[in-house]
Design a protein around this ligand. Structure first.
Ligand code: ZN
Ligand code: ZN
Ligand code: ZN
Length: 214
């Protein structure tokens, strides 16, 4: 019997926001004492450290909460073939996958499929200053709305949403109040991931540069 011991690792880079992929042999992961894997942008990396007989620690910087997350992964769980995904405990954002190449590609594809839909809707990727930040910000606002924490000063929860190249405009369908959520930089994303509710009406950060429709 031939056992394929190669695994694929993917993690979401804290700097460029894209998934970085690596191939490694399970034996390298289990028996090489210490090493790190860097994103192609060279601005973030994860580190792997052997632990005991049959497991290793992985240390992942998190784009969601700005902290580092450390997990222990056993060689056995990988050999059993189930892909492992790790989410940020604070924001729920999926930041790390490990498993067979096919399984990991599939997982990342499903995360990015929604991003493609967004790009399709707007025709071309360059509409947004940073499409990934826009996408993740939109998801965050969606989560906040689902937990009923997106509302207007006037008590209405009927909130409209307009995507602009560098921000999201929220507006109350009842009273017309507005709020701008910046969505161009990873810092903007970190800001919105740090809040759990949004109230429209009180503060306007800045006026959008583009004319507003809808
Ligand atoms: Zn990167
Ligand atoms: Zn996190
Ligand atoms: Zn209102």
């Amino acid at each position: 019997m031939l056992i394929d011991t190669s695994v694929t690792i993917a993690y979401k880079c804290t700097s460029c926001g894209s998934f970085a992929f690596f191939n490694a042999s399970l034996f390298t992961l289990l028996y090489k004492k210490n090493y790190s894997l860097s994103c192609h942008c060279k601005k973030s990396s994860i580190s792997v450290r052997q632990e005991g007989e049959n497991s290793f620690f992985v240390r992942i910087p998190c784009i969601g909460c700005d902290h580092e997350h450390v997990y222990m992964i056993s060689g056995r769980s990988i050999l059993l073939g189930k892909p492992l995904s790790i989410s940020c405990p604070e924001t729920g954002m999926q930041i790390f996958f490990i498993g067979t190449d096919e399984a990991v590609q599939k997982k990342v594809d499903s995360v990015e499929e929604e991003l493609d839909n967004l790009i399709d809707t707007y025709g071309y990727e360059s509409y947004f200053e940073n499409t990934r930040v826009m996408f993740d910000t939109l998801n965050r606002i969606h989560d906040i709305a689902l937990s009923k924490n997106l509302y207007c000063e006037c008590d209405s929860t009927d909130i409209g949403l307009v995507l602009l190249p560098d921000c999201i405009l929220l507006h109350c369908a009842k009273c017309g109040s507005r709020k701008i959520i910046p969505a161009a930089k990873n810092k903007d994303l970190k800001d919105i991931l740090a809040i759990s509710h949004i109230m429209i009406g009180t503060d306007v950060y800045f006026e959008p540069k583009e004319p507003i429709q809808g």
